[in-house]
Design a binder for this molecule. Structure first.
Ligand code: NI
Length: 405
């Protein structure tokens, strides 16, 4: 029973045992969330579950922040620094294909990225810390954030003041990660994840007979040249020691085989790590598209948007998380240095506002067949990682508050 954990003083070696005893509850909360996935800013059932738990446990909290966001505040044994822990709550518009008893009950929606697990880990951390205020001084703020998958809930939550009153000194967060096995953690100082930008391009040519191209401006030919030329931005304009991606993910044009297409629609995504590259890809893209269109007599409109900046971790907080991981992760090889992905995350906005560390928590298990990638209709993870996540957070709180005194 979860109420068996009394608020008594404990020595540090008991933390693991006590958190491991929470494992059935962590799985239960995760599975309940998994069964009712909700898209960005629609996380009403999710928020209700979180709110009910916080109420039952007597934890001070605020709801309806930036829509469906929730912030819980946990006081330690004495005044001191404020550490924030961030968890995202939203699901994806994917039809689940896992034949599991806890599969999604919402058609076309699925927790295919593990945010159900992030919420369960944050709940477990809130519960444990509320029972053990003697472990830390200062306060812990747990931020349940909506809409990470889009359009982005971090920025509106910051604008709503979640990092103030009390002012947050540092922030940590994790992403369950099936690119790493259970029992490992990936982190690094500096850029962990990429900036996310996107574009919608409409090309306007002049349609006509497929056998009389001289009377037309072929939007498919123009588009095809643009798709090829955009790859030169990374290959021939970006310093080869820097990372970048330009992907055209959609190209729609034409109706039948013997008609030259009047117009074409393309869209895609851009990723990079270096914050100094903000604006670079858009400028290069405008030049290339403008030049190719002009050479063919086509016109265009480009809607280019910067969504999330890169996730940049701060040295002091990375060192703190690493030192905690050395006590939680049993094998030294389980701490994967220089872990990086071109995936993006709006945790980046929190890390622009306060020092912090975002890290990956290994959740794949080959023996259980839990190896599908994130955003796949068969994504699932080893729930043992939930307890590891709670222990990492709890020990980060313990260490942060003692190191900051
Ligand atoms: Ni995610």
């Amino acid at each position: 029973m979860i109420s068996a954990l009394a608020p008594v003083s404990i020595d540090s070696s008991r933390i693991r045992t006590e958190i491991q005893s929470l494992q059935p509850q962590l799985s239960d909360w995760r599975r309940r969330l998994h069964q009712q996935p909700e898209l960005g800013f629609q996380e009403h059932l999710t928020a209700a579950l979180i709110q009910k738990k916080l109420q039952d446990w007597g934890i001070e909290h605020q709801t309806s922040i930036a829509g469906t966001g929730i912030v819980a505040l946990l006081p330690g044994q004495a005044p001191g620094p404020v550490l924030a822990i961030r968890a995202d709550m939203d699901a994806l518009p994917i039809q689940e294909e896992n034949p599991v008893p806890y599969r999604s009950q919402h058609p076309g929606r699925m927790h295919a990225c593990g945010h159900d697990g992030h919420t369960a880990i944050a709940l477990g951390t809130a519960y444990y810390l509320s029972r053990h205020p003697e472990l830390f001084t200062g306060q812990v703020k747990i931020i349940f954030q909506p809409a990470e998958e889009g359009p982005g809930g971090a920025k509106p939550m910051i604008e709503a003041g979640v990092l103030r009153q009390p002012d947050v000194d540092a922030i940590i967060g994790l992403h369950l990660w099936n690119n790493l096995p259970l029992g490992s953690i990936g982190l690094r100082e500096g850029a962990l994840m990429a900036a996310v930008e996107g574009f919608e391009l409409t090309l306007q040519g002049k349609g006509g007979h497929g056998a009389m191209p001289h009377q037309t401006v072929d939007s498919i030919l123009v588009g095809a040249q643009i798709v090829s030329a955009l790859q030169a931005i990374v290959a021939r304009n970006l310093d080869p020691l820097q990372a970048g991606v330009v992907t055209v993910g959609k190209f729609q044009a034409g109706h039948t085989h013997n008609v030259i297409a009047d117009s074409a629609q393309l869209s895609g995504t851009v990723r990079y790590f270096d914050p100094a590259l903000a604006g670079f890809f858009q400028r290069q893209m405008e030049q290339i598209i403008g030049g190719i269109c002009q050479s063919h007599g086509a016109t265009y409109s480009l809607d280019y948007r910067a969504f999330y900046p890169p996730v940049i971790n701060h040295r002091e907080v990375v060192n703190l998380v690493r030192s905690v991981a050395e006590t939680v992760i049993e094998t030294p090889a389980g701490i994967v240095p220089n872990c990086q992905t071109m995936g993006g995350e709006d945790m980046s906005f929190f890390l622009q506002a306060v020092p912090g560390c975002y890290f990956f928590l290994g959740s794949a298990n080959l023996n259980k067949g839990l190896t599908y990638p994130h955003h796949h209709p068969r994504f699932d993870f080893d729930e043992t990682a939930l307890g590891v996540g709670v222990e990492l957070f709890v020990r980060c709180v313990e260490r942060f508050c003692s190191s900051s005194q």
